[in-house]
Design a binder for this molecule. Structure first.
Ligand code: SER
Length: 318
């Protein structure tokens, strides 16, 4: 039976991934961890440990003691925050990955590792429409540079040591359970909260900034499907492009207005505009679809309805 460790369980992806993995593998088989406490359902629904992924001794001790067989390493500093503190962000993003890869290589029980990459690996010289898996990659952010270097290390560990690393280049992730922190695509989450709380939102990207997005249920399902996919079907151990749907703030606010007619959005682009302008507007994910059958279920309309319903419930408004 698998014994799965999720690092970064209090984060935007981790807080939902842990719950889904526990449904599928049993509560006691999924060990959640984070540097800070997670939500009560994560901490009380199964094993939880405060763990600093930067502390390799603590990490290896935990992995050996619990005979961990799979690791999802989700802890990272996102694009916007990383630009404010480039060197610490580089250390956190790179050293945490190197700790996980090295420990997984050494510990024989660990058979598979998942690590998230991002559309941030691309840069201004990349074709921005239907961006292919393999293309020019000259990221201009610390976050993107660390993700591109990380992809190369994942591929290196696979080729050199046979470590079965699997990865997805996530587009912007839209979710209601846990808010993201410090990313460039985060307007697409904030806008829902502000629409419900205040009826207006000041967007930090300009109205026609197109970016690829994915609703969290699709991201979680896709991630677990990739981890469960037959090894022989996978042609990539660096990271798979995943497309989602492409939207602009203008399009998303128009969709929200269908439900909240008085909703008003103003635009005040900040430093994240330059980051968004360097990223793809749409992604070609045909290799993910071919290799492990990825299929998106939610588009902008179905996602918007669920986001509004769930955030209203969460904030106790009608
Ligand atoms: N969503 C992330 C960010 O905006 C990119 O992977 O930083």
């Amino acid at each position: 039976m698998e014994r799965i460790l999720v690092i970064g369980a209090a984060g935007q992806i981790g807080s939902e991934l842990v719950l889904e993995l526990r449904k599928q593998y049993g509560n006691e088989h999924v060990f959640a961890s984070d540097i800070k406490p997670a939500s009560p359902d994560i901490m009380e629904g199964g094993p939880f440990q405060v763990l600093d992924v930067m502390d390799d001794k603590q990490l290896i001790h935990f992995i050996i003691r619990h005979r961990i067989t799979q690791i999802y390493h989700l802890a990272a500093v996102l694009s916007g925050n990383a630009e404010k503190l480039p060197i610490p962000a580089w250390h956190i993003n790179m050293n945490s990955l190197m700790n996980v890869l090295e420990i997984s290589r050494i510990c024989e029980d660990v058979k598979k590792v998942f690590w998230p990459s991002s559309i941030a690996v691309f840069g201004p010289s990349t074709p921005r429409q239907n961006t292919p898996q393999l293309t020019t990659m000259e990221p201009i952010t610390v976050y993107g540079i660390s993700k591109l270097a990380g992809e190369r290390w994942c591929d290196y560990y696979y080729n050199k040591y046979g470590l079965d690393v699997r990865s997805i280049r996530y587009p912007g992730l839209i979710s209601y359970k846990t808010e993201a922190g410090g990313g460039t695509t985060d307007y697409s989450v904030e806008i829902f909260y502000e629409a419900i709380r205040k009826g207006n939102y000041e967007c930090f990207l300009s109205e026609d900034t197109a970016l690829p997005m994915l609703f969290m249920p699709d991201a979680i399902r896709g991630t677990i499907e990739l981890m469960e996919a037959d090894h022989d079907k996978l042609s990539l151990h660096s990271s798979y492009n995943l497309g989602g749907f492409s939207i602009t703030p203008r399009e998303l606010s128009a969709e929200i207005k269908k439900h909240i007619p008085d909703f008003n959005v103003t635009y005040k682009p900040d430093f994240r505009q330059a980051i968004a302008d360097s990223w793809p507007q749409s992604i070609d994910d045909s290799i993910a679809r071919r290799d492990w059958g990825f299929k998106m279920k939610y588009g902008m309309e179905s996602m918007t309805k669920i986001m509004l319903d769930e955030i209203r419930k969460k904030l106790n408004t009608k």
